[in-house]
Write a protein of this length. Structure first.
Length: 96
């Protein structure tokens, strides 16, 4: 299981920090300090790709709408089909 490779004190501290944030403004502040703009845009892009794949959009449509490469789209699709349901969980909770 991939999750076992992630587990460790540093990752746990990161996740605890994220879970402690109270609102969108705190998220913006934390992630602005933590990540570059490009890193945040890449994460957001992957989530949007996952949303679009769940809705049945084609690779061509997703690529033109998001700018994601076919490699990124394929990776996200693999996670949706064979991953730990993280995308599913998050998108279900935000109603997307």
């Amino acid at each position: 299981m991939q999750l076992e490779k992630l587990k460790g004190k540093g990752i746990e501290q990161l996740f605890e920090s994220i879970l402690s944030l109270k609102d969108m403004e705190e998220c913006y502040k934390f992630f602005d300090d933590l990540c570059t703009v490009n890193e945040m845009q890449s994460l957001a892009q992957r989530l949007e790709v996952a949303r679009m794949l769940r809705k049945g959009y084609t690779y061509n449509h997703i690529e033109s709408e998001t700018g994601a490469s076919t490699a990124t789209i394929s990776r996200v699709k693999r996670c949706l089909n064979y991953g730990n349901d993280g995308y599913q969980l998050a998108l279900d909770r935000i109603g997307k």
